[in-house]
Design a protein around this ligand. Structure first.
Ligand code: CP
Ligand code: NVA
Length: 299
């Protein structure tokens, strides 16, 4: 049975916690894991831009002993009419794994359905599971076990929110989402996570959402591929993370952001560049978390 890494909801809590435990071990002793991908070739396909994902995967593959092949979809026949299914079948003959950042989540699902090798979701319009595995690692390094903690999400109910929602049901933390109604997270993902036991609430009042939070997290107001930026800015302005929001959270709360950030929009410089911010630890942890994900896929 080929393993894929497409969404947090596809895994048991034990599997996800096992990947986080491996990420901690890999971060502590990277040299013990330098043959995990020995002889393996990993294709990395990008339909959208990337800094962290591209570099952390490429470095991670090299450090695990494998060989990355970085591909822009625009330079492949995939970007010029070849089907996703044919691409999956052809790549399966050449490489051992495909990582893809895709415009549409369906592309990742179709790739996985037609590939005979593992497929990794490196962000779609629906979700960003690799990001959330790194965020869990970062949170636990700073604040201890996720279980029972309170995460307050501020802003757009986007792909990153969706993966936080799925994680809440697996790692037993409380998630409060402060978003305007027009930009609520995907209702199906939310309902499924609540049905799976997730303690997740939508809170329109940003002052109430931050109360007692152990972590305040946000993301850009206009994701790659989003339209209508002006309207989004107007809707999201009340959900900016500023010093007042951080004061309402626990006094030792941390601030997280997947980056890239837009200072003065979703977060003020005083917060993202202030003492509670762990955003660069978070960026580094993409490397360690994704190495553990790839180890899981080939174990
Ligand atoms: N956080 C994240 O996925 O960053 P990139 O878009 O730079 O890969
Ligand atoms: N929500 C953002 C995340 C970027 C890493 C986007 O999809 O553009």
């Amino acid at each position: 049975m080929v393993k894929h890494f497409i969404d947090i909801a596809d895994f048991s809590a034990e599997q996800l916690k096992g990947i986080i435990a491996d990420a901690k071990a890999i971060k502590a002793r990277p040299d013990d894991f330098n043959e995990v991908l020995k002889g393996k070739k990993i294709a990395m396909i990008f339909e959208k831009p990337s800094t962290r994902t591209r570099i952390s995967f490429e470095v991670g593959i090299i450090e695990l002993g494998g060989s990355p092949i970085v591909l822009s979809a625009a330079d492949m026949q995939l970007g010029h009419g070849e089907t996703v299914a044919d691409t999956a079948k052809v790549l399966s003959r050449f490489v051992d794994c495909i990582m893809i950042r895709a415009n549409s989540h369906d592309t990742v699902l179709e790739l996985a359905a037609n590939a005979t090798i593992p497929v990794i979701n490196a962000l779609t319009d629906r979700s960003h599971p690799c990001q959330i595995m790194a965020d869990i690692l970062s949170f636990e390094e700073h604040k201890g076990d996720m279980a029972g903690k309170h995460i307050a999400w501020f802003g757009d109910g986007n792909n990153v929110t969706a993966s936080w929602i799925e994680a809440a049901a697996k790692f037993d933390f409380k998630l409060t989402i402060a978003s305007p109604e027009e930009l609520d997270p995907d209702a199906d993902i939310l309902q499924a996570a609540i049905a799976a036991g997730g303690d997740i609430k939508i809170e329109r009042d940003p002052n109430k959402a931050a109360k007692d939070a152990d972590c305040v997290v946000t993301d850009c107001w206009v994701s790659m591929g989003d339209k209508d930026a002006v309207n989004r800015h107007n809707l999201l302005a009340p959900y900016q993370v500023d010093q007042n929001v951080m004061k309402l959270a626990h006094k030792d709360a941390i601030f997280m952001h997947c980056l890239p950030a837009h200072r003065g929009e979703e977060v003020v410089p005083e917060v993202i560049d202030g003492p509670q911010s762990v955003v660069f630890d978070g960026a580094e942890n993409r490397l360690h978390a994704q190495k553990a994900i790839m180890k899981y896929l080939f174990d």
